[in-house]
Unconditional design. Structure first.
Length: 159
């Protein structure tokens, strides 16, 4: 399998209603998927680990600035990632499929590259949502990497 770039040079794409399966081949790997959205369009993005034990989902704007992120749907119970948001502009966004224990989110085992939890296979799916289901707020631009609040279970209309 060819590695998908972990930045805005990616040619991997995903569409609303679509899904894809990829692999984080090594600890610290990130796969970015390009998606086109229309201002106000509400979507839900799910990142489900197959062999990836603890997925970490990030969404970047067209300039590569982190705007949303989610670690666990339910900390300690469901380690997959899920978030909903409405596009702030019409254009390109990037969905970053990564893992919790990497250089950006070192986790309990220390300085990044968290071993078995940091690489494996996972599914990314994107579903259209209703504006009323959007519960996530844009990430504050600060040095903090605190995860967004998980989306309530009532919004999990994905597989």
């Amino acid at each position: 399998m060819v590695d998908i770039p972990g930045n805005n040079t990616t040619t991997a794409t995903i569409t609303v209603g679509g899904s894809t399966t990829g692999a984080l081949e090594v600890s610290g790997d990130h796969d970015w998927y390009k998606i086109s959205l229309t201002a106000g369009q509400a979507i839900t993005v799910a990142l489900n680990g197959i062999t990836l034990q603890d997925p970490y989902l990030r969404v970047y704007d067209q300039n590569g600035v982190l705007v949303y992120q989610n670690d666990d749907i339910n900390t300690g119970v469901n380690l997959n990632s899920l978030l909903s948001f409405a596009a702030n502009y019409t254009g390109i966004y990037y969905i970053d499929a990564g893992s919790y224990e990497d250089a950006q989110t070192p986790g309990p085992s220390g300085g990044g590259g968290g071993g078995d939890r940091a690489h494996g296979r996972g599914d990314v799916s994107v579903e259209a949502g209703s504006q009323s289901s959007v519960t996530c707020s844009p990430r504050k631009r600060s040095a903090s990497m605190a995860a967004m609040q998980p989306v309530p279970a009532a919004v999990t209309a994905w597989r």
